[in-house]
Design a protein around this ligand. Structure first.
Ligand code: GDP
Length: 194
């Protein structure tokens, strides 16, 4: 059974996106920050794979640093252990704040979580789509997306990377870019299998 994993920092809108993708309106989102969450599995209408919602990583108010590290280790182990069955990884980020957060956490001995996760997935050979969420709040769209590409090591302009960078608004149900990007990767893999 193949799966698409969703990863992202807390509060980027991962639960909202998951709900929109799967149409499961009633699934509980583990709303309390830091509450241990097992991977959640959901079917995508009509297709023979599932979405796996992994716990949010990074800063969560009221959650100890040690616990945050444990959560990240769990995520990494889940992905490594299931890499062969993972069709794609969706890294969900908040379009409004992601570049600032990356810049704040970039340094000689610090790699921002989002950048680390992006490269981690790619190194395992898992195609990554960065779902840049909350685009309804972003005014300077092209500039923001170009900056994000730059931080991820993708040469701008972002429009060249439409299979990797997918600007969306989960809350408004505007997911076209993500669905299209995912479709490209599925088709590529099917071709590879022939
Ligand atoms: P999670 O912690 O990543 O699962 O985030 P949630 O899905 O709980 O969303 C966190 C907050 O962001 C909530 O207040 C959502 O309503 C809001 N949110 C989610 N998606 C969007 C979006 O596309 N646009 C805007 N403006 N807010 C969003």
């Amino acid at each position: 059974r193949q799966e698409v994993v969703l990863v992202g920092r807390s509060n980027v809108g991962k639960s909202t996106l998951m709900r929109e993708l799967t149409g499961h309106s009633k699934f509980t989102t583990g709303k309390k920050p830091g509450v241990t969450r097992q991977p959640n599995h959901f079917d995508w209408a009509g297709d023979d794979f599932m979405f796996t919602d992994l716990p949010g990583f990074g800063f969560m108010s009221g959650v100890e640093e040690d616990r945050r590290e444990e959560i990240k280790t769990d995520i990494v182990q889940y992905i490594e252990g299931n890499a062969d069955d993972i069709l794609a990884g969706v890294l969900v980020v908040d379009g409004k704040s992601v570049v600032d957060i990356i810049d704040r956490h970039s340094g000689p001995d610090e790699i921002p979580h989002d950048v680390e996760m992006f490269h981690f997935l790619r190194e395992l050979g898992i195609p990554v789509v960065v779902a840049v969420n909350k685009m309804d709040k972003v005014d300077d769209r092209d500039e923001r997306l170009n900056d994000l590409c730059d931080r991820l090591g993708l040469m701008p302009p972002w429009k060249q990377w439409s299979d990797v960078v997918a600007p969306i608004s989960a809350k408004r149900g505007n997911l076209d870019a993500l669905e299209e990007a995912l479709r490209t990767h599925f088709h590529e893999q099917k071709r590879d299998d022939l």
